[in-house]
Design a protein. Structure first.
Length: 548
């Protein structure tokens, strides 16, 4: 375990938790659970700044104090995520220690599981999307550090008192310790074994609220699959912009590659991943949620940042209708159609790199058969290009289409058309957010590489580039003009999945469509990705971004 070697004597240690951001599905169900069941106040209704057609819902205490805030992006009909290493899997609230029986009864329909952790009683339930929500009946100070919400359906004496901790599943705790203790000023305060693995607790420097991050070491266990119920990131709390800037500098120097400061309207943020893959944010306390509306009005209106105000009528028509039951207020106007929910349910997308909308370039990465979006997203670290936002959709059942890419087309339908439509949804969404086709790299491995090449050949526009690791065209006859799109293709001469003659024929077909093709054959490669391929991909992506 790392010693407490907090890097800068001039930087105040991080206090603890600021907020947690989770993907949800049904927005109304989400509101009802967190406000009516858990008794948290809906303190802000706004939109995802990278996708203004999606709500961003914030829950907390009376004013939305840092350390109380649970936030959700509800994507109607989204598929359920799968917990795994490299992500936060549980959020724990602090509850009065005398309230255990009350909450056991109140949460009875959710079948709470009871345990003891570091001497405290813990109840765990899954929210309607499967997110693990825990209540820790701690033995510390019984004075609540939060501002009570007078209209909460939970009696004040049993009200939750902000966050107690979060739990992350990781392959190795040492990397978490190096970040939290070595870089951010946390202290390692305890270890114990439980049913999940070896649990190590880290404590922030604050008082009474949101103090703990638990890392459970699970060596060799699979990574999580992002979807409804998955935690997108955990935000840690720092007081002001100056402290955040100091962390930006020190984390950059330590190799964590944090993003530039993002204006999130109610706080300022930087984002970075630790080596296990857990996405962290450092957020400022100010300006806070009452910055653009009075405390009494919080959560009753759709609030938009100034850069979206001109689009308010269109956004209000686009977001689903929701009801804030504690206020009797209806927000949004669009009724969701069943067909729309089913279409959205078929696409689950993981992201990495720069937050979408902040990076000037985007890479859409497609995994191979039997693999996952999380696996292919690992290329983000290997490529190490800070200009890019990365998106990786997950194929249902781990396969984009059922047969070999060489099989007759009808044997892969309708799965192939559905897979191509998934890419089209992502490409359209990127264009709507100001990312032009020339700023998009489309890449994949194996089955995903075949799909990437096929989409590019049918798309008929110049892209920033196409990367095909062990792949070839699904069909050789196309009539589009790729207008000089750079394409990198790599394969082993004896790859049993990608015959060399089909690989070479695909390269010639793409050249005939006007693509600038770099097709390389690597003896001994197998069905894998090697360092020379990564170098070639990196060079193509740098040129596309104007860096080469």
């Amino acid at each position: 375990m790392a010693d407490s070697t907090f890097l800068s004597s001039e930087t105040t240690p991080v206090q603890g938790l600021h907020h947690l951001t989770v993907m949800a599905s049904d927005p109304q169900r989400n509101i009802d659970f967190y406000s009516q069941t858990l008794g948290q106040r809906l303190v802000k209704v706004t939109v995802n700044f990278d996708d203004p057609g999606t709500y961003h819902l914030y829950y907390g205490d009376l004013t939305g104090k840092p350390g109380t805030i649970m936030t959700h992006f509800p994507w109607p009909g989204a598929k359920r995520g799968v917990r795994g290493n490299g992500e936060v899997v549980a959020a724990a609230y602090s509850a009065p220690r005398q309230s255990l029986a009350f909450w056991q009864a109140r949460l009875g329909d959710f079948k709470p599981q009871e345990s003891v952790r570091f001497g405290d009683s813990v109840l765990r339930i899954a929210d309607p999307d499967g997110t693990w929500v825990e209540l820790v009946f701690d033995t510390g100070d019984d004075v609540s550090p939060v501002d009570a919400w007078p209209h909460s359906p939970v009696p004040a004496e049993h009200a939750l008192r902000g966050f107690h901790s979060v739990t992350a599943w990781v392959g190795t705790t040492a990397a978490v310790a190096e970040l939290l203790v070595g870089q951010l000023g946390f202290s390692a305060v305890g270890q114990e074994a439980d049913d999940e693995g070896q649990r190590t607790r880290f404590r922030g420097s604050g008082q009474n609220i949101g103090l703990f991050v638990d890392a459970v070491e699970r060596p060799g266990q699979p990574r999580g699959t992002f979807g409804a119920g998955s935690v997108h990131h955990v935000a840690l709390r720092t007081r002001n912009d100056a402290e955040q800037e100091a962390y930006l500098e020190s984390l950059t120097a330590a190799g964590y590659r944090p993003t530039p400061v993002q204006d999130r309207q109610y706080f300022h943020s930087i984002y970075f991943r630790e080596p296990n893959g857990v996405l962290f944010e450092i957020a400022t306390d100010a300006p806070g949620f009452p910055d653009d509306e009075a405390v009494d009005e919080l959560g009753q209106h759709l609030k938009l940042p100034e850069w979206y105000e001109a689009q308010r009528p269109a956004i209000e028509q686009q977001v689903p209708k929701i009801i804030s039951r504690e206020y009797g207020v209806t927000i949004g106007q669009r009724e969701l159609a069943t067909s729309e929910m089913k279409a959205q349910a078929s696409i689950s997308v993981l992201t990495a790199g720069r937050p979408l909308g902040e990076g000037r370039m985007a890479a859409v990465l497609l995994h191979g058969r039997g693999s996952t979006a999380q696996d292919i997203l690992g290329l983000e670290r290997e490529l190490n290009l800070s200009a890019y936002s990365y998106l990786a959709p997950q194929a249902e059942g781990g396969s984009w289409y059922p047969q070999s890419f060489l099989a007759p087309l009808n044997q892969n339908q309708p799965s192939l058309d559905n897979a191509l439509a998934t890419i089209d949804v992502l490409m359209t969404g990127l264009e709507q957010q100001g990312v032009a086709p020339e700023q998009i790299i489309l890449g994949g491995f194996s089955q995903g590489a075949c799909l990437a090449l096929e989409y590019a050949a049918r798309y008929g526009k110049r892209l920033g580039g196409v990367l095909a690791f062990s792949g070839a065209l699904i069909t050789l006859e196309h009539g589009s003009d790729l207008a000089g799109t750079p394409v990198f293709m790599g394969v082993a001469p004896d790859d049993t999945h990608i015959p060399l003659d089909r690989f070479q024929a695909s390269a010639e077909a793409l050249r005939g469509l006007g693509a600038a093709v770099n097709a390389q054959v690597y003896p001994g490669l197998g069905h894998a990705i090697n360092a020379p391929e990564l170098d070639a991909a990196r060079e193509l992506m740098q040129r596309a971004a104007g860096l080469g």
